[in-house]
Design a protein around this ligand. Structure first.
Ligand SMILES: [Zn+2]
Length: 410
């Protein structure tokens, strides 16, 4: 299946009933050969065995599917200390944000101290090897997480501020992260355009919350409602600002912010033309459907995105709006609530798609030569067929019937 294997010593040959590379078709009786934390060769067991050097250690995972570690495209690990503190569902975004502000103030400094460790544990128990993590402070931008890789985005706020520099929080490690605007109602158009220029120049992903709740739509159309009240209360309102009278996606288009490296997070309230535009510009959409339900934001039209050919990812968002950071649970939510979506597509949304969108193609999201040997063995029944395999993997995953196969940090 994969030729040109370059073999060195101390290799490990992993065999299982199924190999599920995700980026290519599943292989019955499949295997992966690993060396020094990387995949050297993958494919049919007999083929990979032949490529294995003398002294290779063999591990048989039996009735299992070998799968790449999952990739969570949108988390806020620094809010992990708020797990269980906000009851779900909330009636709407206004009420949820009120609870979040209250709980953050209550937790104070203690929240930041332990949240990264708690978040890492949640991700590990959610089968995740890489996340796209949003942080609000320079201190939290420092990677305290070692066993789950983080693509770190430093979230900027400042509706009345003119530049990244003006909005950048104090902190010694802020430069280690990718600057990212929070949303269209909390950051000025200058900062959004500058962030996009900054990331484009460096070939990095650009991510922001887009079309999450109806209040955002109203604000951009008329300049009224909860978002306006919030900005005035926080003394961030800009009296010179005029509503663009556009949808969030149209507004981003006018700022030159849509391209194949742009991740639109949430995308719950999208018009027909917004979907067409997102597809045309080859943007990625990151769906967080359980978070949307818990916050009372609405139900994203994931079927529509897939139908339009928009690259789609599934993510959990934070523990302030979700009960866990378990991507198998998020995928199971789709099995239950979006029955028309092909489970194979759902697996792509938690592996290869987010890996590509976060700029980690070739390292995560696919069991292929050169990728990190960060894999899962997910239990599957012997009668599983290729057509039922993806759903069976998600069902086993959400029941916790899986284990880490190999998980080397770095
Ligand atoms: Zn978020």
């Amino acid at each position: 299946m994969s030729g040109g294997c370059q073999i060195r010593e101390q290799a490990v040959l992993h065999r299982a009933a199924w190999l599920v590379p995700v980026c290519t078709a599943p292989v019955p009786n499949g295997a992966v050969l690993t060396l020094d934390g990387r995949i050297v060769c993958s494919g049919a067991f007999e083929h990979v065995k032949k490529e294995s050097p003398p002294g290779t250690r063999g591990i048989d995972h039996g009735r299992a599917a070998l799968l790449p570690a999952l990739v969570n495209a949108h988390t806020h690990l620094e809010l992990s200390g708020l797990k269980g503190k906000i009851p779900f569902p909330q009636p709407g975004f206004r009420e949820w944000l009120g609870k979040l502000i209250e709980q953050r103030a209550h937790a104070g400094e203690a929240l930041a101290a332990d949240s990264l460790r708690l978040g890492e544990e949640e991700l590990r128990s959610g089968a995740t090897g890489l996340c796209g993590d949003i942080t609000n402070g320079g201190r939290a931008a420092r990677s305290g997480v070692t066993r789950v890789e983080r693509r770190i985005f430093l979230e900027l706020l400042g509706f009345n501020l003119p530049s990244i520099r003006a909005a950048m929080p104090e902190g010694p490690d802020a430069s280690a992260a990718i600057p990212t605007p929070h949303s269209l109602y909390s950051v000025s158009s200058h900062i959004i355009a500058e962030c996009k220029r900054w990331t484009r120049e460096r070939g990095l992903p650009f991510t922001m919350h887009v079309a999450e709740h109806p209040e955002e739509i109203e604000f951009l159309k008329d300049g009224t409602g909860f978002c306006r009240e919030l900005l005035e209360r926080l003394e961030r309102w800009d009296p010179a600002w005029k509503p663009p009278g556009k949808t969030p996606v149209e507004y981003l288009e006018s700022l030159g912010a849509l391209d194949a490296d742009t991740l639109l997070v949430h995308a719950v309230h999208m018009s027909e033309s917004d979907w067409a535009l997102a597809a045309q510009r080859r943007c990625t959409v990151v769906f967080c459907p359980r978070s949307n339900r818990n916050v009372g934001a609405g139900r994203p039209r994931i079927e529509k995105a897939l139908c339009e050919g928009v690259r789609s990812c599934l993510a959990t968002d934070s523990l302030a709006s979700n009960s866990d950071l378990d991507l198998f649970a998020e995928a199971g939510h789709l099995l239950d609530n979006y029955p028309s979506i092909d489970p194979r597509k759902i697996l792509e949304m938690i592996t290869v798609n987010p890996a590509r969108s976060l700029g980690h193609t070739g390292e995560f999201g696919c069991l292929e030569p050169g990728a990190k040997a960060v894999m899962l063995a997910v239990a599957v029944e012997p009668e599983a067929s290729e057509s039922s395999l993806s759903a069976a993997i998600i069902e086993s995953g959400r029941k916790g019937a899986w284990k880490w196969v190999s998980h080397q940090p770095g």
